[in-house]
Write a protein of this length. Structure first.
Length: 236
């Protein structure tokens, strides 16, 4: 479904990613693990068209999207939920959600998608008229994911969704990610929280210094000594 082929990309003229290749199959959940600075966010931005790809390709459903504008990529169904959530704090929950469907002009479709988000995250319906800035961290992450769902993604790109969240809240978020995947969307999740992502994902890639150091199924990597030594500390 989504294939990244040997890409080099980064910020300005600096390449952060070096010949990164990975696959996200239809209806799959794929994890990208790595420490701060490993290139996880650069990878997400390259796929979304926010960072220029200087070599390699991003292929989606057989079509080469390399060099496409971010809005064109979004229209294809590749939707990123950014690190840090990037909500509009002064706007209400509902207004933030409706921004996720700004390309949709059919009011009935927007209401249908709002209903789907509210069914998945009932707290957002309760808080629909509240300013996003006054939500808890977990509620803000739900809102960021809900905003992404308003674009009806084929592939949902999640960049560090655990950031600033208590472990139990992150567990709840991952339960919702499983539900989203069960409804048909593939998921690419970039995280430092290795153990939980390995238990969630069908396949995981480990980035080190902007390159794929190794990869395998979640079950395989949970038993891998390199993962245990580097990523599965007490905090995970």
């Amino acid at each position: 479904m989504l294939r990244v082929e040997g890409i080099r990309s980064g910020y300005t003229q600096l390449d952060v990613l070096r010949d990164v290749t990975l696959d996200v199959p239809e209806r799959g959940i794929v994890g990208v693990l790595g420490a701060n600075g490993a290139g996880k966010t650069a990878l997400m931005r390259a796929i979304s068209g926010l960072n220029r790809v200087r070599a390699g390709r991003v292929v989606f459903d057989g079509d080469d999207l390399t060099g496409e504008r971010p809005d064109a990529i979004m229209r294809r169904g590749l939707i990123q939920v950014p690190q840090g959530r990037m909500l509009f704090g002064e706007m209400t929950v509902r207004e933030n959600l409706e921004l996720g469907a700004y390309l949709v002009h059919d009011r009935a479709v927007i209401e249908q998608r709002l209903g789907r988000v509210y069914a998945l995250f009932p707290i957002l319906k309760e808080r629909s008229s509240q300013a996003a800035a006054y939500l808890s961290g977990g509620e803000q992450q739900m809102l960021a994911i809900g905003r992404g769902l308003m674009s009806d993604p084929k592939v949902l790109l999640l960049d560090e969704p655990s950031l600033g969240l208590a472990p139990k809240t992150f567990d709840l978020i991952l339960d919702k990610v499983r539900a989203i995947n069960a409804e048909g969307a593939a998921v690419l999740i970039a995280e430092q929280n290795a153990r939980k992502v390995l238990r969630l994902a069908d396949h995981c890639y480990v980035l080190e210094n902007g390159a794929v150091a190794f990869h395998g199924t979640g079950a395989e990597l949970l038993r891998d000594a390199r993962i245990e030594r580097t990523y599965l500390g007490a905090s995970h």
